[in-house]
Design a protein around this ligand. Structure first.
Ligand code: SPD
Length: 277
């Protein structure tokens, strides 16, 4: 039995699976879990790969530690999406964190991950974590000048996720951030989502002073060449705390200070997409 994710009419990913462990239609999307031969359990939403037990660490370490090691003293972090809890697990490795808020629209994603991905969702019940099951847009509206970091750990820009890739959303994020805060958002693959990457970085640039795209090699996302984009009025990810980064990297399987620098080096064709020269 094979799980197939079709990228478009010309390319797809195939993973050999032992069995399907879970399938349900939540109020928002189809949530499925497979046991694969090589990558451990696999979570898909509406048929698209979100994470596997074997490779999730790459994405979760990169979407959190790059901005957290850049901020001077991060205390309050919001994750929009990210119901699997992987980003929250990484955020709580930083001793300065006082509050980690998760705003996930679909409670079923959290509950399914708690059952099938316990090593990913393991910190969701930590006293520093507050979970809200609601729309990220509505949730953000209540905040002003509050978070040090806002992470958009969304699914792809189809269906309900589309709004999280637009300028209106980035303006709300900016309002909820402290003036020297940072936002990061998963920003898709330059091979398959060139237009999305271009439009979202253009929109971010009209809201924030610094916009920086970096690379995370997530094996099972389309092409394996994945990007994350950070935006801030006060910080560049190039100016990070190497000592803290080295300390955190002792707990990581991917992230380290050398990689922090290297991830910001973009191939020319990607520079042209994000105009990040
Ligand atoms: N093409 C898949 C992009 C998904 C990015 N978010 C995944 C959630 C992992 N926490």
């Amino acid at each position: 039995m094979w799980f197939i994710e079709n990228y478009d009419e010309r390319a797809s990913l195939g993973l050999k699976v032992r069995k399907k462990l879970h399938e349900e239609q939540s109020p928002f999307q189809k949530v499925e879990v497979y046991e694969t031969e090589f990558f451990g359990n696999l979570l898909t939403l509406d048929g698209l790969v979100m994470l596997t037990q074997k490779d999730e660490f790459v994405y979760h370490e990169m979407i959190t530690h790059m901005p957290l090691c850049t901020l001077k003293n991060p205390e309050r972090v919001l994750v929009v999406g990210g119901g699997d809890g992987g980003a929250i697990r990484e955020i709580l490795k930083h001793p300065s964190i006082k509050e980690a808020v998760l705003c996930e629209i679909d409670e079923r994603v959290v509950r399914v991950c708690q059952k099938y991905f316990p090593e990913v969702s393991c910190k969701l019940e930590d006293p520093k974590v507050k979970m809200h099951f609601e729309d990220g847009f509505k949730f953000l509206n209540q905040y002003e000048n509050y978070f040090d970091l806002i992470i958009t750990d969304s699914s792809d820009p189809v269906g309900p996720g589309v709004a999280l890739f637009k300028e209106d959303y980035y303006r709300l994020v900016k309002k909820a951030l402290k003036p020297d805060g940072i936002m990061v958002s998963q920003s898709e693959s330059p091979w398959y989502f060139e237009d999305t990457m271009n439009s979202m970085t253009t929109a971010m640039s009209s809201v924030f002073k610094h916009v920086e795209t970096y690379i995370a090699l997530v094996t099972l996302y389309p092409s394996g060449f994945w990007t994350i984009t950070a935006a801030s009025d006060a910080h560049s990810l190039h100016n990070f705390d190497e000592k803290r980064s080295a300390e955190i990297s002792k707990t990581c399987k991917y992230y380290n200070p050398e990689l922090h620098k290297g991830a910001l080096a973009l191939p020319n064709f990607v520079k042209n997409i994000v105009k990040n020269k």
